[in-house]
Design a protein around this ligand. Structure first.
Ligand SMILES: [Zn+2]
Length: 550
């Protein structure tokens, strides 16, 4: 009788090491494995279960990782983007753990006396108090903050890793050339090595039943170097293609090290991404369309100029040592600065992978102008207009710019009155198009040179698992919402009955006996604004660096 069979009936897998590869896609991993750069990953896949892990709509980091952590979709947990628009005040704010409205895997496991560890998972700042430890993710405003639970872990990390990295750091410099490119890649490779070292160190220090480490910069690497990584274009840039691909050699070494660590702990290994990745081909500007159609009015030039002057002065005051790029990003016309709300019926207030459109509704927004009895008709009209917009793509075919336009209550099966921060419409662009909220330029869709722009997210991410009781050589197709119920079931922990994901019973040699428990209601805990103005500035710069918040 082997060890698993001796355990109690409910538990089929002793421990689980979860490795998050932010934004990973088989479109890159497969060619890297085929080229012999990722032998450890290739072996794991051959020995286990793997397949596509579909992301949330929108396929964006905070929405997707929160969906993983809660086993519920954005309509329940409350996170659809980095930002959140509060229609009652007309203000944008950054999301933090305080906005997650449902219990996470860390809390559920902690309450069952399982030990958990979470390293660099997005949407874990401020760090929740768990039975184990948490090191917050890349939205940590800075190392001056309390970014660990327990708090004393922070000093230990900073002492042991003086160059502790938790954030993106892609630097631009005029004439930086290959040397700067190499430096940027070295930072990413170092972050991979540091992630593995942190995992071993903290895993040993605190013990664990479920331990997770997330490699955020896989996503950053792909955003910045897609054309060098994509087999369709990499051949044109042999030198940089080799430099960028080397990061995957390092990632695989790090994975091999973590696989050894998992095996020595008799742990199963689960690799997952939050979304996939593909080329960024162009940018769509829905607010330009709203302006051209007469739903959105901008302020007169004088008012805008006064705003720009104030902004310019503020920016110059803070400029010291920043690059010109960041300076320009700060100066750009922001939506809330130029929109004349007294004459605007609808506007996209935040954007990225999707556009989040809000109707300026009387009784909801301060100074709303759309009568409540006109709301549904206007929503239908806007959805129809956005769906009908077409353009010529780079290869000459006619495409819909926004093939899907969703009402959130239908998409997420939620009640709008419980989710005041939800947009009125979600605009889903054609794959390869990013949505920009700024009111800039004249063309609603801009297609720069082919593969000029880098990478952007796709729905299809990756899942790979191996180890005790995981099926060998098996392929599955799953959704990110399924992972937490699957992990709970594998550990013999009851699955809250209100979870939207399903247990991936198919993944196991011997499917676990799943038990369900009554949902414990909303997450009780602190709420409200977490970030100071200076921290918001730092986050804004980091997200601009990633190519978001345009
Ligand atoms: Zn991501």
């Amino acid at each position: 009788m082997d060890e698993q069979d001796q355990g109690n009936n409910q538990s089929t897998t002793g421990r689980i090491l979860i490795i998050g590869l932010d934004g990973a896609t088989f479109d890159i991993l497969r060619p890297m494995m085929a080229a012999g750069r990722m032998p450890h990953l290739a072996k794991l896949i051959a020995e286990g279960t793997s397949g596509v892990l579909n992301s949330t709509v929108p396929p964006i980091t905070p929405a997707a990782w929160t969906t993983f952590m809660t086993g519920k979709g954005p309509g329940r947990h409350g996170i659809i983007d980095f930002e959140r628009y509060d229609a009652t005040t007309g203000k944008l704010a950054f999301n933090s753990t305080y906005e997650i409205r449902e219990p996470t895997i860390w809390r559920i496991l902690s309450e069952r006396n399982k030990r958990v560890g979470s390293i660099h998972v997005p949407m874990t700042y401020p760090p929740p108090k768990v039975n184990g430890f948490v090191i917050s993710g890349f939205e940590t405003p800075g190392i001056h903050t309390e970014f660990t639970h327990p708090p004393e872990l922070k000093a230990e990390i900073l002492e042991r890793w003086p160059t502790y990295s938790y954030q993106t750091n892609w630097r631009r410099r005029a004439f930086g050339g290959d040397a700067l490119f190499a430096e940027n890649l070295r930072y990413i490779e170092d972050s991979f090595r540091q992630g593995a070292a942190l995992t071993r160190h903290c895993g040993e220090r605190y013990g664990w039943d479920v331990l997770m480490v997330l490699f955020k910069l896989v996503d950053n690497l792909q955003h910045k170097t897609w054309k060098y990584l994509d087999p369709k274009t990499a051949g044109r840039y042999p030198k940089r293609a080799e430099m960028a691909a080397h990061c995957f050699n390092v990632l695989d070494e790090v994975l091999g090290d973590l696989f050894d660590y998992a095996r020595s702990n008799k742990s199963a290994i689960l690799i997952m991404s939050d979304h996939g990745h593909g080329s960024l081909d162009g940018k769509a500007h829905p607010n330009l369309l709203l302006r051209d159609w007469g739903y959105l009015q901008v302020k007169s030039l004088d008012t805008v100029t006064a705003h720009i002057q104030r902004r310019l002065k503020r920016t110059l005051d803070r400029l010291r040592g920043r690059t010109r790029k960041k300076f320009e990003a700060n100066l750009g016309l922001e939506t809330d600065m130029v929109v004349d709300w007294s004459r605007t019926r609808a506007c996209v207030m935040h954007a990225g992978m999707n556009g989040f459109l809000y109707i300026n509704l009387k009784g909801r927004q301060p100074g709303g102008v759309v009568e409540p009895d006109k709301y549904e008709a206007l929503r239908d009209e806007l959805a129809a207009r956005f769906r009908a917009i077409t353009c010529r793509s780079l290869n000459g075919e006619t495409i819909r710019v926004f093939p899907d336009v969703h009402r959130p209550e239908e998409l997420y099966n939620c009640r709008r009155d419980e989710q005041p921060w939800m947009p009125d419409l979600l605009l889903v662009p054609h794959p390869g198009l990013a949505v920009v909220r700024r009111i800039r330029g004249r063309r609603a869709v801009q297609w720069p040179r082919l593969h000029h722009l880098g990478g952007t997210h796709r729905i299809e991410g990756v899942l790979a698992a191996a180890g005790p009781n995981i099926r060998r050589g098996h392929t599955i197709n799953a959704n990110i919402v399924d992972i937490t119920p699957t992990v709970l079931a594998a550990l013999g922990v009851p699955v809250p009955e209100d979870m939207e994901g399903k247990v991936l019973a198919d993944m196991f040699e011997q499917p676990p006996t799943v038990t369900y428990e009554k949902a414990d209601g909303k997450q009780a805990g602190p709420t409200g604004e977490v970030f100071t103005d200076a921290e918001k500035d730092a986050l804004t710069r980091r997200l601009i660096d990633l190519g978001y918040l345009e």
